[in-house]
Write a protein that binds this ligand. Structure first.
Ligand SMILES: *Cc1c(COP(=O)(O)O)cnc(C)c1O
Length: 369
């Protein structure tokens, strides 16, 4: 049996006719930039997430960049975030001349909210919690309190957490803004790059709309501020809207089913540390990834490869602070570095069959004998 880590064409083929209809519709309509399709997707996305406004942009990196720019992040400001994230979370901080300040992660691989207060200085302006692997950081209510106490802005990197909730509240809605990615491998994937910012702040949403379109707005398209081109293509918006409306809920349920099957099949193995279980607690996780910690991780990866099973290491096996070329000074992030040594991601996407998941469980079990 072959189980690739991703299978992009498979998802396309399952609904090929429907996607073709959407694509042809847009191509014949001849309006390829912004317009009604983008607005419709924004409205549906905002509703799905539980926010008042959504602004569609070209990718989640732009979403983070524009959100930080829109809240006034300036050169010399500090932004607290984690190192166990995609480099995009941190590069946007650096790009704006601000300084990333890393805090360690907890048992569940996400920002340890209890470590944030110690990292706050007079220069701290914002906090970017990363809602990784389809889960919201534990204790977000404490983070919101801290942000109020110190007058900081929370911008969520919820690129991986569309549809996840914590205490009944959607990922992306805890702070000033939440940023989502529709990169092909994400929960809601485009056939290319796409992203969005959600917010309850109408003024902020209007500013984001100006920023993504060269600062242009109003009836005459007058330039009102320095912006750039960070628009989401209309074609992507139409496809994403179709997927969101027709399939996203079903896909999330399927992801949770697979996570449940992994949990049941693997939780007896002492060599592994699994993500939190699907049921119980304040969390509703959507399992963008199934990231486990495994003894003899590199050997396990090789063994699974010989069994036809594709796996991946998070960010290739390094936290952002561990990429030497970036010149970040050594950090005291023991838990992040432990996870980078041990973590491996098993295949998890809605198209996997129960038999494939069982095959992976059996292979992992066989490896540990
Ligand atoms: C995917 C991802 C991003 C970047 O998203 P793009 O749409 O590729 O720019 C940022 N942060 C995290 C945590 C991600 O997983």
């Amino acid at each position: 049996m072959q189980v690739p880590f991703f299978d992009y064409p498979m998802q396309y083929k399952i609904h090929e006719r429907e996607y073709q209809d959407v694509i042809t519709g847009i191509l014949l309509q001849g309006a390829y930039i912004l317009g009604e399709n983008v607005a419709r997707f924004e409205a549906n996305l905002a509703e799905f997430v539980g926010a008042k406004y959504a602004v569609a942009v070209a990718n989640c990196t732009d979403a983070l960049l524009l959100a930080l720019q829109a809240v006034g992040l300036k050169s010399g400001d500090e932004v607290i975030t984690v190192s166990h994230t995609f480099v995009a979370t941190v590069e946007v901080i650096v790009f704006l001349g601000a300084k990333p300040v890393f805090v360690d992660i907890g048992e569940d691989h996400l920002l340890d909210v209890n470590l944030v207060e110690k990292a706050i200085t007079s220069r701290t302006k914002a906090i970017i919690p990363v809602q990784l692997n389809g889960r919201v950081c534990d204790g977000m209510e404490k983070l919101v309190e801290l942000a109020e106490k110190y007058q900081l802005v929370i911008i969520e990197d919820s690129a991986q957490a569309l549809g996840a909730t914590y205490q009944g509240k959607g990922a992306g809605t805890f702070g000033k803004a939440g940023c989502f990615s529709f990169y092909p491998a994400k929960l809601l994937g485009a056939f290319g790059d796409a992203g969005a910012v959600v917010t309850d702040d109408e003024k902020l949403s209007m500013k984001l709309k100006l920023l993504r379109d060269h600062g242009r707005g109003g009836p005459g398209g007058e330039v009102q501020l320095w912006g750039l081109n960070a628009r989401m293509d209309t074609l992507h918006a139409a496809i994403l809207d179709y997927k969101l409306v027709h399939y996203l809920k079903e896909w999330i349920q399927r992801r949770r089913q697979i996570a449940r099957q992994y949990f049941q099949g693997l939780s007896a193995l002492e060599a592994l540390r699994l993500p939190p279980a699907t049921e119980g607690g304040d969390h509703y996780d959507v399992f963008q990834n199934y990231e486990i910690e495994a003894e003899r991780r590199d050997e396990l990866k090789k063994y699974l490869y010989t069994q036809g099973i594709g796996t991946a290491l998070p960010w290739g096996g390094k936290g952002v602070h561990q990429f030497e070329a970036l010149g970040i000074l050594p950090q005291n992030l023991p838990r992040t570095e432990e996870v980078m040594r041990n973590a491996i991601m098993l295949p998890l996407y809605p198209e996997l069959t129960d038999d494939q998941v069982q095959y992976i469980i059996d292979a992992v079990t066989a490896f540990y004998g």
